[in-house]
Write a protein that binds this ligand. Structure first.
Ligand SMILES: *Cc1c(COP(=O)(O)O)cnc(C)c1O
Length: 345
C-alpha cells in the first residue's frame, strides 16, 4: 500500500505542527517593537490576553517551556530551597537539571501514581520541617496533562490547598493545560485555579511555532523578567512570534477536542491488533507496547509509508492539528497490514 505522496503523517509529538496560512498572515502583519524595552505591542498583547484568559495578573512571553518553567522556579526558590515534583514531571526529568544547575535549587522528586497525580499523603510527607539539616521546601510543582493523563480539577484543588495550608507556593507546568481543560469541559481559569503561577506552551497542541507564556502575580512576573534576560530569553522584535501565539490562543483551543477524538480512534483501531498492547488515551497522547522483535521492521515499514513515529518497545503516539481523521485511518491500515504478515522469528 505504498503511496507516492509527500504527505508525511507525524505522530512523534505535537511540537511538529506547521503554522498555517492564517497564522503566517497574522505573524507577517504583526506590529513589532523591541520587547527588551517593553516596546513590542504584539508581545504585550499576548501577555495581557493570556493573563486574562487564564485568570492571572500578568504574563511573560518566553522562548520555550523549559525556560518559562525555569524562570518560575528561580523566582519561587532561592539557593538551598527545594521544590516538590513528580518523578515523571518535565520540570524534574526533562529539563536538564536546570533548576539545580542554574539556581542551586534542589528537586524533591516524588513517585507519580498511575493516574499521574502525586498522592496527597506523599506531598504531606515530603514537606520538610524547618531544621538546618534540610533544604527549605518552598513550592509544589505539578503538571497537567502529564503523559497525556488529566489531573482532575478536584485533585488540583486538594493538592494546591494542602500546599498553601503548609505555606508552600504552587506552580503548574501547564504545557498542555488547554488539553486538560477541553477534555474536562472546564474553563482555562478553572483548570489553573489554585496555582500561583502557570507556564503554558503555545508550541505544543496549540500549534504556534515557538514560545510559552508564564503567568502569575505582577510582582512575580517583574522578577521573572530579570531572570529571563539573564537566561538569554530577552528577545527583540518578538511580536512576530507572539502573533502566532495569539492566533493559537484565539483559534486553536476548542479544536483540541479533534485531536482527542483522533487519538481515541487511533487507539481503538490499533487495539484490534493482537500483537499490540494499547492504552486508552484521555487526551492527545497515548502509549502502545510493541513486541521487541517487531520494533526494527515496524520502524522501517512506517518510514516507507511516510509515517513518523518514534518506535520502541514502549511507543508514544501524539495527535495534533496536522493529523487528520483520514491520516488516522491510514496509520491503522499500515499497522494492521504489518502485523497481519509479521511473525516472531
Ligand atoms: C514540552 C514541554 C515543556 C517544555 O517545552 P519546550 O518548549 O520544549 O522547552 C514543559 N513541560 C512539558 C510537560 C512539556 O511537554
Amino acid at each position: 500500500m505504498s503511496q507516492s505522496t509527500d504527505h508525511w503523517i507525524d505522530l512523534r509529538s505535537d511540537t511538529v505542527t506547521q503554522p498555517g496560512d492564517a497564522m503566517r498572515a497574522a505573524m507577517a502583519a504583526a506590529p513589532v517593537g523591541d520587547d527588551v524595552y517593553g516596546d513590542d505591542p504584539t508581545v504585550n498583547r499576548l501577555q495581557d490576553v493570556a493573563a486574562e484568559m487564564f485568570g492571572y495578573e500578568a504574563g511573560l512571553f518566553a522562548p520555550s517551556g523549559t525556560q518559562s518553567n525555569l524562570i518560575a522556579l528561580l523566582v519561587h526558590c532561592a539557593r538551598g530551597d527545594e521544590y516538590l515534583v513528580g518523578q515523571e514531571a518535565h520540570t524534574y526529568k526533562y529539563e536538564g537539571g536546570g533548576a539545580a544547575v542554574l539556581g542551586s535549587i534542589q528537586p524533591q522528586p516524588i513517585a507519580n501514581q498511575p493516574d499521574g497525580s502525586i498522592a496527597l499523603s506523599d506531598i504531606e510527607a515530603y514537606i520538610k520541617p524547618d531544621d538546618m539539616h534540610f533544604a527549605r521546601t518552598r513550592i509544589l510543582a505539578l503538571e497537567n496533562t502529564i503523559g497525556g493523563r488529566v489531573l482532575s480539577a478536584e485533585y488540583m484543588a486538594a493538592a494546591t490547598s494542602l500546599a498553601h495550608a503548609r505555606g508552600l507556593a504552587t506552580h503548574l507546568d501547564g504545557a498542555r493545560i488547554c488539553n486538560a481543560a477541553v477534555k474536562q469541559g472546564i474553563s482555562l481559569r478553572a483548570a489553573t485555579a489554585g496555582f500561583d503561577t502557570v507556564s503554558v506552551c503555545l508550541s505544543k497542541g496549540l500549534g504556534a511555532p515557538v514560545g510559552s507564556v508564564l503567568l502569575g502575580p505582577k510582582a512575580f512576573i517583574e522578577l521573572g523578567k530579570r531572570w529571563r534576560k539573564m537566561l538569554g530569553g530577552g528577545m527583540r522584535q518578538a511580536g512576530m512570534l507572539a502573533a502566532a501565539g495569539l492566533y493559537a490562543l484565539e483559534h486553536h483551543v476548542e479544536r483540541l477536542a479533534d485531536d482527542h477524538s483522533n487519538a481515541a480512534n487511533l487507539s481503538r483501531g490499533l487495539a484490534q491488533i493482537a500483537q499490540l498492547k494499547v492504552a486508552t488515551p484521555q487526551t492527545n497522547i497515548f502509549y502502545i507496547e510493541v513486541p521487541p522483535a517487531a520494533v526494527d521492521a515496524l520502524r522501517s515499514t512506517l518510514l516507507r509509508e511516510h509515517i513518523r513515529i518514534t518506535v520502541g518497545q514502549h511507543t508514544r503516539l501524539v495527535t495534533h492539528l496536522n493529523v487528520s481523521a483520514a491520516d488516522i485511518e491510514r496509520v491503522i491500515a499500515v499497522f494492521t497490514a504489518f502485523f497481519k504478515d509479521w511473525r516472531p522469528s
